[in-house]
Design a protein around this ligand. Structure first.
Ligand code: CP
Ligand code: NVA
Length: 305
């Protein structure tokens, strides 16, 4: 039984596939008004060191749908690692609440919370990874294409937290993950070496990278916490934009995905965004559906088996 959801790599392809299949089934039940409120009187503690729209609203709404409750806390409220150590915070929250969700700068902070908490800990984005996002994205891709094995996802731009989780998810599900990034923005070699052989490649020219793409994915060039390097990042990544020209180099069936928030005119043009808005907002909605299933599995069922 896996208590926590901190990264995707501890899970097998079967475990991740099962979570996606269950999330799709639960979404249908929810829409029919038949999803059971399995988390009555349960509480999710939510810690945010960074801003959020989708993550906060989707977790909070998911708890409401399941009959439970979520508590929103910022760094200013609790002073994680300053007013109190990660270990003491986790020990207290773990005694009062039924799960902890944390969005932090350092990935180590979430790992320390998970190690110290008797209850499940969910990574809601760190500088290193964003596993809930990747799972909602892969769920959306499966709804669109059917079985994902053999499909190709091309991530265009900065090899960041979202790219890392997508690479791990694609690897587990038998997909190809191609990163189109300039020098200095690729994923670190130790991470690449940790992926199963053959599923990952780095292609420097975006047009060549997308030629067999089923999914073209992008994210901001300036992640939360990188604001000071914003100008340099925008100039270094300027040739890695999803736009009409890049879409012409991709197969006509390919869809565009974006985790949001989007900076139109930077990593994606407004035109490319609008043409694929249906898929992009379906991904955002699926944050709710995937995480509701995840909360149910971790809290009501005691973990991922
Ligand atoms: N995609 C995502 O995590 O959005 P928020 O930062 O708004 O939560
Ligand atoms: N890479 C982005 C994702 C936002 C959801 C960030 O970390 O800011």
């Amino acid at each position: 039984m896996m208590k926590d959801f901190v990264n995707l790599d501890p899970f097998s392809g079967e475990q991740l596939q099962d979570l996606i299949d269950r999330a799709i089934a639960d979404k249908a039940l929810f829409r029919q008004g038949k999803l059971q409120p399995t988390l009555e009187r349960k509480t999710l503690a939510m810690i945010f060191e960074k801003p959020s729209l989708r993550t906060r609203v989707s977790f909070e709404t998911a708890m409401t749908h399941l009959g439970g409750h979520a508590i929103y806390m910022t760094q200013g409220d609790i002073g994680l690692g300053k007013r109190e150590s990660a270990e003491d915070t986790a020990a207290v929250l773990g005694r009062m609440c039924d799960a902890i969700m944390a969005r932090t700068f350092s990935h180590e902070m979430v790992e320390r919370l998970a190690a110290a908490s008797p209850t499940p800990v969910i990574n809601a984005l760190t500088d290193y990874s964003h596993p809930c996002q990747a799972m909602a994205d892969l769920m959306t891709a499966q709804e669109h294409f059917g079985p994902l094995q053999g499909r190709t996802l091309v991530f265009v731009g900065d090899g960041n937290n979202v790219a890392r989780s997508l690479a791990q998810g694609c690897a587990a599900l038998g997909m190809r993950f191609i990163l189109a990034a300039p020098e200095g923005y690729e994923l670190e070699q130790a991470f690449v070496d940790s992926l199963p052989g053959g599923c990952y490649s780095l292609v420097r020219e975006p047009a060549r990278a997308v030629k067999d793409a089923d999914v073209l994915y992008t994210d901001t060039w300036v992640s939360m916490g990188q604001e000071k390097e914003g100008q340099k990042r925008k100039s270094d990544l300027s040739a890695f934009q999803i736009n009409a020209e890049l879409l012409r180099a991709a197969p006509s069936h390919a869809v565009v995905m974006h985790c949001l928030p989007a900076y139109k005119g930077c990593e994606i043009t407004a035109e490319a965004f609008d043409a694929h808005a249906e898929t992009i907002f379906a991904e955002a909605e699926n944050r709710l559906h995937f995480q509701r299933t995840l909360l149910n599995v971790l809290i009501a069922e005691g973990g991922i088996r």
